[in-house]
Design a protein around this ligand. Structure first.
Ligand code: ATP
Length: 284
């Protein structure tokens, strides 16, 4: 594992033929409030390669959701540019270049599980048979085939979250934007969902930008972890996880020394000298 410096404000073009899944360049977001202004993001730079899994982690209010919302074109930067597969964030949203899953599953309670999963395809005019076939595939992928005709309130929180993930994958996006999708789940369900997400990513090759408060979650899922600092929100560190390809990352990883070492690295980056000092005290 290596901890790199914050990506420079102006990045040199990458030597790659594939367009980055996400490219955020020197993005600032300043909100005006009744009591003045809040700089939610300062000089954010982030490049996500196709198929790469990137987590954003940092203290409450450091701008994680703001950054995700900007990428999703649910908000606009005060300055700086954002591209998704080479398109502006606006074009990418129009072209539905990504799937979104946020903390609240956001399912429609009056539609069955199957109908919820089919919704994006229906909205874009896919034929009934095509929708049905895709929904079957996704239900199988998230292990909910036997609940296809249930309604969301008949499912547990974890199952609802799996439906939301299946829905976000309905149009086979090459990019998933996820804001604490497992935040409301109990620890066991959460770990199971993480295992499933890793498997799904390996199967579909989707790139992911994932917001979380959980260090082990970020470490388990990610190729790189972006550590943010509060006030004003900045990306202060980019940590490369080297814990194997998504397809090879299984339950056993959680017991491995490399996993704990990566957790410590992220902790130290998050807490800075405070933890380093504490560790110093402990060892003396
Ligand atoms: N619409 C808004 N108007 C004013 N201030 C806002 C708005 N949205 C976010 N902020 C402020 O911007 C900062 C970053 O908020 P954001 O929700 O991105 O943080 P976060 O890192 O996702 O926090 P959390 O981990 O608690 O979800 C906060 O200080 C927040 O109060």
């Amino acid at each position: 594992m290596s901890s790199g410096p914050v990506e420079p404000a102006v990045q040199t073009p990458e030597v790659t033929t594939a367009e980055p899944a996400v490219q955020v360049r020197n993005v600032h977001r300043v909100f005006s409030t009744g009591r003045g202004t809040v700089t939610a993001l300062e000089a954010a730079n982030l490049t996500v390669a196709p198929g790469e899994f990137v987590s954003l982690i940092g203290p409450s209010g450091c701008g994680k959701s703001t950054l995700l919302r900007l990428i999703a074109d649910l908000d606009e930067p005060t300055s700086g540019t954002i591209h998704v597969f080479g398109r502006t964030a606006r074009q990418a949203r129009r072209e539905q270049a990504y799937g979104i899953a946020f903390q609240q599953a956001g399912l429609l309670p009056w539609r069955t599980v199957r109908a919820n999963i089919e919704l994006p395809l229906q909205l874009h005019g896919a034929a009934a048979a095509t929708r049905r076939a895709r929904a079957e595939e996704l239900l199988d992928m998230v292990g909910l085939t036997e609940f296809a005709d249930s309604f969301p309130d008949q499912l547990s929180g974890g199952m609802q979250q799996r439906v939301a993930i299946a829905r976000s994958l309905a149009e086979s996006p090459r990019l998933l934007l996820m804001d604490e999708p497992f935040g409301a789940l109990d620890e066991m369900t959460r770990e199971r969902m993480q295992n499933e997400l890793v498997r799904i990513c390996a199967e579909t090759g989707a790139a992911v930008v994932f917001v979380t408060h959980s260090i082990p979650e970020a470490v388990f899922l990610s190729d790189r972890v972006f550590v943010m600092s509060a006030r004003p929100g900045r990306i202060k560190d980019v940590l490369q996880m080297r814990l194997g390809a998504a397809g090879e990352r299984g339950e056993n990883l959680r017991e491995e020394a490399a996993f704990y070492a990566a957790i410590t690295a992220v902790r130290e980056s998050l807490h800075g000298s405070e933890v380093a000092q504490l560790r110093g005290v402990e060892t003396r």
